[in-house]
Design a protein around this ligand. Sequence first.
Ligand SMILES: Nc1nc2c(ncn2[C@@H]2O[C@H](COP(=O)(O)OP(=O)(O)OP(=O)(O)O)[C@@H](O)[C@H]2O)c(=O)[nH]1
Length: 201
Amino acid sequence: MSMEDYDFLFKIVLIGNAGVGKTCLVRRFTQVKTVLLSNKKVNFFFSFTTLPRYAKKLQIWDTAGQERFRSITQSYYRSANALILTYDITCEESFRCLPEWLREIEQYASNKVITVLVGNKIDLADKREVSQQRAAEFSEAQDMYYLETSAKESDNVEKLFLDLACRLISEARQNTLVNNVSSPLPGEGKSISYLTCCNFN
Ligand SMILES: Nc1nc2c(ncn2[C@@H]2O[C@H](COP(=O)(O)OP(=O)(O)OP(=O)(O)O)[C@@H](O)[C@H]2O)c(=O)[nH]1
């Protein structure tokens, strides 16, 4: 499928501590998907970015460095239709840093952006440090969709991105989708009133 053939482009930014598996999650997912929606085929193109670690390091630089950090960070957050806030279920520290990430989201992202909480590395169940219940309570308090995945075993990775696509379409139907002015969504202007449910192929 060429770039012209897709109906929707979703820009998804993955954030979270270093080593939680952001890059691996993205590599597990095919960027182009065809989905059956109310018996119509809809083509998606997912564009992924993982927030680079160096951007965080710039925080400790001088004022000019901080300004640069802010504008880089802001541009990443601003262009996102959805954010995937990732932690590692075997790493308590990565979970404890979540409020810090949420503060960054609040500071830089649009208040309409969809944020999903992902606990990765469930294949390492015997090393689990963060219980499902704790994460579920946290996500509920923050009004976030929550899912656990294994990028290594491809567990729930498809579900993560396709559920997200479904929610983005639903938001688009309500005209609350964050539109990037410099690169408009290819689906913009198309009638999406037929989208009543998501049946993924
Ligand atoms: N067992 C297991 N290991 C994983 C999983 N996902 C990632 N890893 C491993 O965790 C390490 C870090 O993965 P990355 O995808 O590079 O993590 P990242 O969050 O992109 O890290 P930064 O680029 O440093 O921000 C690698 O050694 C991966 O092989 C998983 O689901 N299970």
